[in-house]
Design a binder for this molecule. Structure first.
Ligand code: DGL
Length: 270
């Protein structure tokens, strides 16, 4: 009964890496829906169907708790899943909330009313489906007032990363950052709202310049998950086997994952 980590593809590995470092004793089962990636160009119904299928596979693997390490699935499917699909003894958590709690300087799980915060101008980089959902702005409004958010839909970046074309990924990131800065010339903070983007985080940082605080999810999600498991140890289960599942070609996905994480990763068919 390990903890499940779900993503449309390779991006969730950035979260997996951080949670494994923070909690080396917790086994994690990873599910990458590489055959159907990217989710960011799909409609919410499609994203819901694919996400519930993947999460069900993780429940079947014995996970009581699944982290949607995918902003697109968190934005388009999570609320509907929590409202009517997740069984009573299971939990599915997304990756937006830890990020927004950090941005609004809250303790993990602090649900007090919205208040003025330090950041005023936030640049959001995310997939087209995440930007369209406005889920980030909605979650932010529960916690903060007076924050101006400018969103940039970063078409093509996930595809380039999945294909291992990092030169194209870098060029696309630079052009998306330029486009954002034309709309909001002086953001105080930038949010990397897709778990694939930490793989090109240095390019975002370089293009944004050193005056912009960059919020990246993996370490924030890891800290928040460690806190959650401390409060809910029963969700950790007793299993000891970590496992990497993919709907794509296991060999290709293993090679890319090994390159990104710089350690040997072996995927098996989901
Ligand atoms: N890693 C996913 C996210 O965080 C990528 C979505 C996609 O497949 O487009 O949004």
């Amino acid at each position: 009964m390990a903890v499940g980590i779900f993503d449309s593809g390779l991006g969730g590995l950035t979260v997996l890496d951080a949670v494994t470092r923070a909690m080396p004793d917790v086994p994690f089962v990873y599910y990458g829906d590489n055959i159907n990636t990217p989710y960011g160009v799909r409609d919410p119904e499609d994203i819901y169907d694919l996400t519930t299928k993947g999460v069900q596979r993780l429940f079947d693997a014995g996970c009581n708790l699944v982290i949607l390490a995918c902003n697109t699935a968190s934005a388009a499917a999570l609320r509907r899943m929590q409202e009517g699909w997740v069984p009573r003894d299971k939990r599915v958590l997304g990756v937006f909330v830890p990020l927004i709690e950090s941005l609004t300087e809250r303790q993990w799980g602090d649900n007090s009313p919205p208040r003025e915060v330090k950041v005023k101008h936030v640049a959001l980089f995310a997939t087209p489906a995440t930007v369209r959902s406005r889920a980030f702005q909605r979650e932010l409004a529960f916690r903060a007032i007076g924050v101006d958010v400018e969103a940039q839909s970063c078409g093509g970046v996930v595809d380039a990363i999945e294909e291992g074309d990092m030169i194209l990924a870098e060029a696309l990131v630079r052009s998306h950052v330029d486009a954002l800065l034309r709309k909001m010339p002086d953001p105080d903070a930038a949010v990397l709202g897709c778990t694939h983007y930490p793989l090109v985080e240095d390019v975002f940082r370089d293009a944004l310049g050193k005056d912009v605080d960059v919020y990246s999810q993996p370490n924030l999600v890891a800290a928040s998950l460690a806190d959650y498991l401390e409060r809910h140890p029963e969700m950790k289960g007793e299993g000891s086997e970590s496992l990497f599942l993919t709907t794509g070609d296991p060999l290709k996905v293993s090679n890319q994952a090994t390159r990104f994480l710089r350690r040997k990763i072996g995927f098996v068919p989901a």
